[in-house]
Every structure is written in structure tokens, then in C-alpha cells.
Design a protein. Structure first.
Lengths: 424, 424
């Protein structure tokens, strides 16, 4: 509720696709907006697998939140974690010691990797939800190959990567790794027989890309196999160790690298706010994306669930949710009629398997695959990337990778500079 | 000495400018070459300050050693540290457990930052010798500004950077930071008064860029001041703490960020090999860059010193040294006449202060500065960068930065992904 003498204050927690879209859609509304995120950057998560497979740089898929927000007169950014929320006093506390009073609050903290209680995942598996995750995984895979070059005994384990989860993330990661192995590491590591290196994709369901039409699932599976990926369908993981992964059928694979792409759950921060949560820990919202008990608190994206109309945890849902919430806030501020309930418009799905190979499914049943699908995937992702500079760099990197089969980013940078450099 | 039945084996330790040039110059010589480096990448050190000031990505200034070497039929690369050298048995041991017998050995492990015994440097100051150093410094500066936005009391300290050392590295770092502050952080941090943020450059001598002609030193000093850098000449550091730096005149500056660019010493690995060392711990070599006691062991670059003819620790000396050593090895292998002693040809020096401002000094007394000098600096560095892909990306980043005054890389990536992501 606007107090007299100042404009209503909208606080948005989370600078992912949902939060960022909310802020942008409020650009022409008579409000002040504060965007809070624990990181200083937006992460373009759909391309993290390219960072992990040495195709793109970290800076290509991240954009500084302050830089994005600086262009918008009514918005400012704060790097901080929310430590508490008082819904009645309309105030959030931040770990920087700051406290923000709000008239409208938008929660958009997204999702994190879910281990579904499988032992060893938290300790040994690699996630792929942040730029740091992707960089860590890249460092690890390249370091394993370096070790494999010197250690014949452990070579098979060191050059085997097991990816758990046959959704778009797992499929894209598997395809990207298979290309990295075949096109780059084969020549970089003459001492290692790359044909003995393995990319294994494990999926509990009978198909990869379960959200796609059967014909596209079959195409994706065929492509993965042609790229040399060992696809194991109907297989579920019982446990992950530092040197192996075990399946529920009792078999196991020796590996130093398990990538966990089996699914997500809501950001656990959501659960401690005191609101009702539903499937996967997502905060229950009404048809307007509001928390039922508080008309001025909204939840968008992966963190939200309307039990009457559960939606997939994908970027387009978050972005359209952000647009909707901005419309609702604008209506409340201007005291005009509440807009119609949120309705998600599915514009289709896509997943790329590798060079010249992607599957695209449009809502009218239209589908694309192969080179045409891949071109569509490429174009859309270039357009979606935030900031021209990132686009230009990504274009240079992709063109270079495509033309030369090279991957320019296969540089292991020590994560702990002080310990590693020994220089000062 | 070549054993019958196999080609002579040349082992090169270090993939900096000197080691890499040695390997390349041996491409057409009848030898097998093994290049060993503790990192998996060559680092283009002259541009690390651009990574630290958010102008370039880590991957722009690094190139995978295996990728460089893969193009050369007689060379291979190993990522490892040398743990011991037996000069008489002609064998080096690596931390991977491998052991390499050599006919010729080239030591090219370069230099590390020297703290000259000043207390607190090792614990609190930031170096700028590796990509990880540069990334850590960038993260730190941006994090300090985030903290400054939330903490008015500590703001002055958090937004003050003190750079120690007025050589090219210190001057370039000071200019780059001043630009970052003025052009980017000013708009990113509306809560912080950038005019109170300070870049301080400290130099013990009465001039910056002491290796340059007086006219160019004066030009550089003038430019630094125009960019807003607080230059303190004739000032030496007594100690560095976590929140301040103290000078020998008893004064001090409150700062959370001290960049130590005051000088280098030879890689300490050199000192444990049992060879005679000279000034700065550099291994003493003869006029042929050989260790006097062992005709088949060479030292090139920052690690070497010929007491009769001490040369500066800069990239051109290392590269020309690599060429010379390759010629000597080629002559030994072919049993032809030993080439004439190593003679360094000084092709000039350059340092950039910032946008449109650089100083260039050629050995014939010719000098350039301002926009012309800056263009020369830009062109030379683009040509020198290894690998087309890096060049293209660097060009995109620089063009973008120049045209928009933006810095695209101001992304804080957590260095410890496992601790920071909380995702798996």
C-alpha cells in the first residue's frame, strides 16, 4: 500500500529469469523497485552446460545485475541474502544488515538441485545450477584427463563421466561432453585412448526428454548414440561415491565424475518463510501468483506452484509470471481493475544434442530436428542472452567452435588463487 | 646426448613466454619435446590487469598448453610440477609420479611476486601473476563495492585501492582501475560516491615507469593524475594489514585492497635445484644461457641471469632466449657449429595508462604517446595473443568497452563453488 509522499516500493528477491523480468516490466510503473540477489549477476542457466564443456566462458553466460538495473531509472540492485521476512510489518531483513520495507514483495529465488535423498549426491556429484558449478565441473573434467594421462591404472575411471537425468540439461551435457571428448580431448591427450573414455547418460524413465513427443525423443536418443553416448534407460541411481556410482539393480560404474541433472526442488529459503508449500517445496500461490494469505506478496517461477495448475519449472513460465505480476502491481498502484488470472502460453520446447542436432517442439504439434532445429536453437539462445556484448562474444566462440571443432576455453583456473599461486 | 635408436629428448619446464617459444622454435628440429607446466595453460601475463579490472575474461588471456602443442608433431605437453632434478643422470621427476629422461633440459619457470620481506604482503596483498590472481582481485574489488554500498562507515576503506609499484604493471593496473571506477562503478553503485573512491599508486622512486625516458615518465604521470589516480612518489611501504597499509614515513592509508606490483623474484623452484643463483634468486647462466656446470641444461627468461649481462625480466627477453636455446640444441643435435652467444635485441617498451593513453619507447630514441601510442599498444598485444579465438574475443571485448565505456566482465563468481552454490 502506498504511503503518502513516496512511491510504492516493490522488493524483488532473486535476479533469475522471473525476478529480472518482473523488474523490467515495472520500468514504466510509478513505483521504486529494489532487486535483491545473493549473487551480483544474472546467470543464463540454459547455457551453463556450454561453460562446463569448455565452449563458453563464465562471463559469456553471466551479466552483472547492477549493470542491467542501472539502465532503469526506477530500479536499484543490492547484492545480499534475505535473512528474514515479516509479512505483516512488510519488511525484509538482509544479511548486509539492511532492512527493506515494501509495499509489494516478489519472491523469485528459483530452484536448486534435488538429490531426492540419494546417498552421496551432496558430497560427490556435480550440479549445474550456477556459473561456479559449471566452472568447477569443467576444471574437474580437465583435471581428470590430466591425471588419466599419467595414471594408466585409473584411466578408465578418470575418463568416464556419468550424467544422471535424461531431461534437457542431462541430454545437452551428454552431447556437449561427447563432442569435447571426440573433437578436442582426442588431439589434446594423445596418451589417452579417447575411444575408451565414456559419457554415460542415465535415466530412470524408459525415454530421454520425456516432455517431448515420442518421435523427437527417438531422434534425440538416436543422435546421442551416434555421438557415442552410452544411454542407460530405466536405470536409477542407488548411491554416488567418490570413485563410482551404484544403481538400484546392483550394478555400478567406476567414475570420478557424476553430474547430477536428475531434477530440482524449490530454493529451500522458500520453506522457511512460513507459507504453505506444495510439491517439491514450492510455495503455493493463487491464480494470480499471490500467496493466498498476503495479497501484496507474489511468487514467480520455479519457486511457485498453483496446485490447480502446476506448471513446469522452465524459464518461459518464470518470465511470463514476471510480466503478470508487474501488471498486477501496476493495477494495484493505479487502482485500476485487477488483470485476468495468470495464464501460461506454451511457446514450445527445445533441446540441443550437439553440432547440427537439436529437437524443437512447438505447441501446435509442429516439430523441427537436425540442422534446422539446431539453427533455431542457436538463434533463439543468442536473442535471449542478456546484453549485446555477451551475444557478440558467444557468437565468436560458437562460430570458432563450429568451424574448427575447437573449444577455446579448456583452461583450468585454480579456484583458490591464494593457495595455488604461491606468488605473493 | 642422443642415444642410438631414438631422437634426442628435450624437456622444457614452464609454458610461459620463454618455454613456449623454445618448444615452437624446435618444431623442425630432429628432437622430441616434452613441455611440462604446473598449470594446463599459458597465461598472457601482460593483460592480466585487464582481467582484474573486468575488461577481459580469464579465457581471453589463457590458452591450453595441450592445444598449442597438439599442432606440433614432435611435441607433447604434461601438466605436472617438477619435484626433483638429477642433472648427472639427466632425469626429472614429476609430481604425477612420472619420470622424464632428457638429453637437453630447458628451465623456464619464470618469476613470482617478491614481497622484499615487507610484513603482511603475503597474507593481505594481492598479486597479479596468474589468471587466478587476477580473478581473485576482480572478485575482491567488486565485493568491496557491494559491501561499501551497505556500510557507510567502512565505505572509504572499502573503495580505496592502493597499488604498490610504479612499473608497467602498477601503472596499467592504476589506469584500468580508475577507468573501471569512473566509467562503470559510478553508474552501477548510485549509493556510493565514486568521487570519494580512490586509486592510490605508490612508488619508492621519484618517478613512475623508471625504465622509460624522462619525457614519457612525465607524460604517464600526467595521464595518471588526469585519470584521477593519487600518485605518491618516493614513498615506500612498511607493512600491509587487512584494513590498512603503512608507509616508512609513518603515515598510513585505510584500505581493504593492496595490489602488490613492486617487483618479482625468480621462481623459488630454481633455488632448490643446486645451481648457483644470482640477483633475485635467478639461476646464473653463461653467455649461451647454459648452466655453466652442465652444457645440456639451459635457463631462459625471468629465471636466468648472466651476471656479465643482466637483462630485464620481460617477455621479449624470454622469447628471444627461447629462440637462442632452440638454435643451440639444433646445432648440438646436428653436430654443427655452436651459434654465436645470445644477444638480446631491445625492440622497445610500452605501457598503457588507459583509454587513448599509452607510452611507447623505441630503442632508437623514437617515442609515441597518447592515442597513437595507445593504438600501437593495442595492435601489438592483439598480434601477440596466442590463438585466433582469443584475439577475436579480445577484439570484441575491447571494441565494446571502447565504444560504450562499459566493462562486461564485472561478474563475481564464487571461487569455491561447492561451498557457495548450496545446490547439490
Amino acid at each position: 500500500m502506498a504511503q503518502s509522499g513516496r512511491r510504492p516500493h516493490v522488493v524483488v528477491i532473486g535476479a533469475g529469469f522471473g525476478g529480472l523480468r518482473t523488474v523490467k516490466a515495472l520500468a514504466d510503473v510509478e513505483v521504486d523497485v529494489t532487486l535483491v540477489d545473493a549473487r551480483n549477476h544474472h546467470t543464463f542457466q540454459p547455457l551453463l552446460y556450454q561453460v562446463a564443456t569448455a565452449g563458453l566462458d563464465v562471463d559469456d553466460v553471466c551479466a552483472a545485475v547492477r549493470g542491467i538495473v542501472a539502465k532503469q531509472a526506477n530500479a536499484r540492485a543490492v547484492q545480499a541474502r534475505m535473512t528474514s521476512l515479516d509479512s505483516d510489518a512488510q519488511r525484509v531483513e538482509l544479511d548486509t544488515g539492511q532492512s527493506l520495507e515494501f509495499d509489494h514483495l516478489v519472491l523469485a529465488m528459483g530452484a536448486v538441485t534435488a538429490d531426492f535423498g540419494v546417498p552421496g549426491v551432496a558430497e560427490h556429484a556435480f550440479g549445474l545450477k550456477s556459473a561456479a558449478d559449471a566452472r568447477l565441473l569443467r576444471n574437474h573434467v580437465l583435471t581428470c584427463f590430466e591425471q588419466a594421462a599419467a595414471d594408466e591404472q585409473a584411466r578408465a575411471r578418470l575418463t568416464t563421466v556419468v550424467i544422471v537425468g535424461g531431461g534437457p540439461t542431462g541430454v545437452e551435457m551428454a552431447g556437449g561432453l561427447a563432442e569435447l571428448f571426440d573433437r578436442v580431448l582426442r588431439s589434446d591427450f594423445p596418451d589417452v585412448d579417447i575411444d575408451e573414455a565414456r559419457v554415460v547418460l542415465v535415466e530412470g524413465a524408459p525415454d530421454v526428454l520425456g516432455a517431448f513427443q515420442p518421435a523427437l525423443r527417438a531422434k534425440a536418443l538416436d543422435r546421442l548414440k551416434r555421438f557415442g553416448v552410452d544411454v542407460r534407460l530405466g536405470t536409477t541411481v542407488a548411491g554416488v561415491g567418490s570413485a563410482s556410482v551404484t544403481f538400484t539393480d546392483g550394478t555400478s560404474i567406476d567414475t570420478s565424475t557424476v553430474v547430477w541433472a536428475a531434477g530440482v526442488r524449490a530454493n529451500p529459503v522458500g520453506a522457511v518463510l512460513g507459507f504453505e508449500t506444495g510439491h517439491g517445496g514450492r510455495i503455493v500461490v493463487d491464480e494470480d501468483l499471490r500467496v493466498p494469505s498476503h495479497a501484496n506478496i507474489y511468487v514467480v517461477g520455479d519457486l511457485a506452484i498453483d496446485p490447480q495448475n502446476p506448471l513446469p519449472q522452465v524459464a518461459p513460465v518464470a518470465m511470463q509470471g514476471g510480466d503478470h505480476v508487474a501488471r498486477s502491481i501496476a493495477a494495484a498502484v493505479a487502482s485500476t481493475a485487477t488483470p485476468p488470472p495468470f495464464e501460461y502460453v506454451d511457446k514450445g520446447s527445445m533441446a540441443t544434442i550437439g553440432r547440427n542436432a537439436a529437437v524443437v517442439q512447438l505447441p501446435n504439434g509442429f516439430k523441427l530436428s537436425g540442422f534446422v532445429g539446431w539453427s533455431a536453437w542457436l538463434g533463439l539462445h543468442l536473442i535471449m542472452l542478456i546484453g549485446f556484448r555477451n551475444r557478440a562474444n558467444v557468437l565468436v566462440n560458437w562460430a570458432w567452435n563450429y568451424l574448427t571443432y575447437d573449444r577455446g576455453s579448456r583452461v583450468i583456473v585454480e579456484l583458490d588463487a591464494k593457495a595455488a599461486s604461491g606468488s605473493v
